[in-house]
Design a binder for this molecule. Structure first.
Ligand code: KIV
Length: 275
């Protein structure tokens, strides 16, 4: 008889699981993580997909845009996340210029993310122009999540973070791109900051799940940047963001109390020392 108590772990979330969730009408939850501790909390809280987003460039490294983060840095963040996760599906962003130059280069970047970092799939931004790269990556057995609407890696092309596809031409292009991404083999699609009625149209047209951020409630799933939804970041306040905590205040108060206790000789006390 085994001396170990048998533990029953919930099964791992796979790309198949999230497609099945769409079929069943079960909503998909996704949050970002860039390190072991946060990934562990998010995984244990039951989130379906953890995105190692290139938003790490903003929230971890303090850059103004997502452009500077490198493939090496994304691989590092992803390895940290992978070590903290038992159940969630882990998707890693391919950073700017790691997939746009050649399709072979795109496959090499995706391959490194899987082999060196242990991601379960990759995400990349763009529509028809990235279809050949997506085909090459999917053909190698690597799951790809697409990303349409506001695509932060193209910020200097668009010049603004405003809502995308508000006119008919851009809306039609986005709808066409969504179908092309599905045909290219994407297993899911992020829709960022587009009008809710357009997101609904895309969601109803596609067999693969849509995951919205600022794209309304009809999307098959939702994603937020964890630092934003935890209220760690006071400056970023878009309409779509719901803050589930005010961690900025909680952390600031805790740090101030610690500072004051140290200065006043109140930390450590007798119980917090040895011998
Ligand atoms: O990098 C990121 O965090 C993202 C989400 C906003 C979808 O791409």
């Amino acid at each position: 008889m085994s001396t170990h108590t048998e533990q029953v772990f919930p099964p791992r979330i796979t790309t198949r699981t999230v497609v099945d969730m769409k079929i069943r009408g079960e909503k998909i939850s996704m949050l970002t993580a860039y390190d072991y501790t946060m990934a562990r909390i998010i995984d244990q809280a039951g989130i379906d997909i953890i995105l190692v987003g290139d938003s790490a460039s903003n929230v971890m490294a303090g850059h103004e845009t997502t452009l500077p983060i490198t493939l090496e840095q994304m691989i590092y963040h992803t390895t940290c996340v992978v070590r903290g996760v038992e159940r969630s599906l882990i998707i890693a962003d391919l950073p700017f210029m790691s997939y746009q130059v050649t399709d072979t280069g795109a496959l090499e970047s995706a391959g490194r993310m899987m082999k060196e970092a242990g991601a379960h799939g990759v995400k990349l931004e763009g529509g028809r122009t990235v279809v050949p790269a997506i085909r090459k990556i999917v053909d190698a057995g690597i799951p790809v999540m697409g990303h349409l609407g506001l695509t932060p890696q193209s910020i200097y092309k668009f010049g603004t973070y405003r809502v995308r596809a508000t006119d008919e031409k851009e809306a039609n292009e986005l709808l066409t791109d969504a179908v092309l991404l599905q045909e290219a083999g994407c297993f899911a699609l992020v829709l960022e900051k587009i009008p809710a009625p357009l997101a609904e149209k895309v969601t109803r047209k596609l067999d693969i799940p849509t995951i919205g951020i600022g794209a309304g409630q009809v999307c098959d799933g939702q994603v937020l940047v964890t630092h934003d939804m935890l209220g760690l970041n006071k400056e970023f306040s878009p309409r779509f963001l719901r803050r589930y905590a005010d961690m900025h205040t909680i952390m600031t108060d805790s740090v101030k109390r610690y500072h004051s206790d140290v200065k006043n000789g109140l930390f450590p006390n007798k119980e917090e020392q040895y011998g």
